[in-house]
Each structure stands twice: as structure tokens, then as C-alpha cells.
Design a protein around this ligand. Sequence first.
Ligand code: ADP
Length: 504
Amino acid sequence: MTGRKIRKLLIANRGEIALRVIRTARAMGIATVAVYSDADRSAAHALAADEAIALGASEPAHSYLNIAAIIRAARASGADAIHPGYGFLSERPEFARAVRDHELIFVGPPAKVMAALGDKVAARRLAVKAGTPVVPGVETGELGAARKFADRAGYPILVKAAAGGGGRGMRVVGEASALEAALVAAAREAQAAFGDGRVFLEKYLARPRHVEIQLLGDRHGEVVAFGERDCSIQRRHQKIIEEAPAPGLAEATRTRMVEAALALARAAGYQNAGTAEFLLDGDEFYFLEVNARLQVEHPVTELRFGRDLVAEQLRIAAGERVGAPPEPRGCAIECRINAEDPEHDFRPATGRVASLTLPAGPGVRVDTHLGVGAEVSPHYDSLAAKLIAYGADREEARARMVAALEEFSLVGIRTTAALLRDVIASEAFARADLSTHFLEEHMPRWRPDDGATRAALIAAALVAEGRLGATRGGESANGAAGGAAKARPSPWTALAGFATGGRR
Ligand code: ADP
């Protein structure tokens, strides 16, 4: 198993993750090839790479999910490796196989391993075999067996798609009379989303935390863990805030969880970066799934361990050995700022960025592909920017995150920034009272406060008049000047007004 140096890397993705991978490749002296859809002709990732190749129409099926077009682009550009990012084709075994069939390096696990883990039911069975606890459940969606299990385990129960991801194909069932309809609806949704309608059941845990272990495995059989992340704060079963380490996690539980993740990864012959996800209920934890790729929230691990995980992925893909992870230090928190309307059930928001202020300063990192003039289209996911704050301890990271969110401002598209600011600034978050129901429990009727709303209206009016549009912009159209929230005028409001006034 000799390695092969990577000289030219094609990134089969878009958005912040494509940019993020391009930056690391460049720092490693690796040439980069971007691919882009019609909608992304002038997107940041297409401009940042050494070369950019058009894939086709904006719909993912014609572009970022078009395996043949991506392989063609790799061959035409002379790339010797492909990084899939996350989402899109990153967990499709047929893509990993096609890449390898064309003598290219796939920056991820082998297709066989991916196939074994991509199926939640198969992964559950593997976990049981490796001695890892799983959520009590039944591995079929057949009505009789499902009823029997649910009556025994007690409601609520959760119907899940075997091929599921991104919270799709999932239904919480509160009582026996709703079971049959939920099975049918989940199967239909799973069939439409994943081309695979198989569903299974799990006991729906009442107030769990989501804790996951970062894994790195090499081609020589070594697998190591880079600690854990707590990703409990979610909307619609999808993460919005992640942190490392998991606050208050007992050392003995952490050790058991890491051991369970390593046992599972070894049993699966895991290679490259991956994540074993668990639900934590008191001191008990239960295996959920393995994500066979880099996670959105990987930066919190990077800051805590002082390692570039994309660089590790590229080295492993080239045949190098994983080393022992360094001692972790400090705390890191990530907020996903989504182009969504938190006042209307997080429905996706689209539009053009009229002005953008990105935070900076000690311990603050921003991963985004957006700039002034960039378009958020309905074709792709809603992630607009990731803010990551690092501190010597959780309180320092938290304080820096509040400040960063108050400094952040995006005018032109609604985002979740103001909500995130209120979560991070809340007393419940400061106490680390975390669960997957944090939003319902602590901010059930969240609204941006009046100050923020007023600032947003003024900003929108200024944009309409063409008086705002610089990089150091004004208040967000969603009142993301969370800074203005709690009736405290944000210093950034003044600064933005000053900056635009001075320039025009
Ligand atoms: P997906 O692959 O669609 O993201 P996961 O199995 O990873 O689905 O679960 C996503 C989230 O759904 C979890 O973080 C958790 O909030 C919730 N969830 C999943 N399974 C359960 C369960 N058995 N009980 C309670 N919540 C669950």
C-alpha cells in the first residue's frame, strides 16, 4: 500500500467548504480545481481555485450530483485526487467507486466502508456487534413488528429512514393511533429524498444531548479519536451550534464513548475523517450513526487540537500514517448562521448580499463563501457563514462568540444570526443546560427585539436607496445586530453608518 503524492486536487463541492478545502490545499502546495454550476459562475470557490470547470445547470442533479461530469472535469484538468466536502456526493459509495475506478484518489473512506455505514440499520448492527450500545429500536418498518416494539418500549417513538440524513424521513410518533400514518409518510419521504424507502423505529429519547467523536483512520489500520463535540442545539433535528469539549461530560463517560467509537471504526475498517454520533442521556450513551466524511462542525475540533483536519485528510489519502492526536486545549464554539427566517419555522431565505460585516479578533474564525453582491439561491443549502470562537475556557469562548455575533451583520437576506446571539448570550447556554430541545425549552417564542427590528428596517431602507452596500455594512435585515438587541445600541451600527457616510 504505497502512497501517491497529491499534486492537483478537484473539489467536488461549493460554498464555504469548497473554499475551506482550497485554502488548505494551497497552503500545502497542491494545485486546485473548482467545479461550478450555472448559478455559481462567479461564486467565491470558482474564483479562488487555480482552475474552474463548469458542470451544468444549477439544479444539483445536473451539477454537484453529476458524477460523470465531475469525473470528466477531473480528467480534463489532470487532477489526481477529489475531495467531496460534505453533503452532495460525499457519502455516495458509487461516487467513491467511480473516482477510484478512474485511478484517482478519493479523499474519504473506501466505497465498501461507506456503503456499510451509510445504511443506518446496517451501521446499528455493526455497532451492536462491536459492543456499542444503540438506542432501543426495531430494524423494520413492518406495521406488526413496529406496533409490538412501540407498545413494549412506550411512546413517543421515532420513525427513521435507513438511508436518512439531514433530519429527513424522520417522524416522532406520540401515540399508537398515529403510528401507521407516520410509517407511510416517513417511507414516502425517504423514497423521494434518498431513493430508498426503508424505515426503522427507535425509542424517542425525551431530553438527550447529541455528542459525537471525531475519528481519523489511515490506510495502515490505525484509527485515532480527536475528542468529542456537543451538537445538542438544533432546529428540526439539525445542528445549529456545536462546541468542543462537551461541557460537564464525566471523564469516565467520555473515555467509554471514545472507546466505543474506536471499536466501531476498527470493526468497519474505517479510513480518513469520520464521525461517530451518539445520543447522551444522563451517563448513558447510544450510538446513532457514522458520518463517513468531514463534518460541518469540524473547526471546533481544529481549534481545540491545533490541527488542520483537511490537511490530515489529504495526508491520509496520500498514504501517510495518522499520528497520535495532540493534547487538546481550551474550548471552541461554532454557530451556523443560516439564510433562514427563524420567525417562520426556519424557512429558507434567498436574495443578494447588500452589505456584510464579518467579525475578527483574537480567537475568532469565520468560514464563509459570501461577500457583497453574492447571491443565496434556492438551489443549495442555507448555510451562510460559520462563526467559530475559541477561548482558554468555555466562558471566554462564549463571550467572544457573543461579541462576534454582535459584530456580524448581513444586509439583504434574513439570517439566524440574531437568534444565535440570544442563545449564546442566554443564561441557560452559559450554564450549559444543553439538550436537543434547547430552543423549544428556552426560546419557544423567539422574536428579534424592537431595537434590532428597527435597525433592520433602517438598513433595508438604506439598501433600497443605494446608500448602503459596502463591505463594512450596516445592520442586518434580520436585525442581526443582535448587538442592538436588549435595547443596547451596537457600536457596529455607528461604525457602519460612519464608514458608509464617509465613503459616499
Ligand atoms: P440524520 O442523519 O437525519 O441527521 P440522526 O440519526 O443523525 O439523523 O439524528 C439527528 C438528530 O435527531 C439527533 O441529533 C437528535 O436530535 C434527533 N434524534 C435522532 N434519533 C433520536 C432518538 N432516538 N431520540 C431522540 N432524538 C433523536
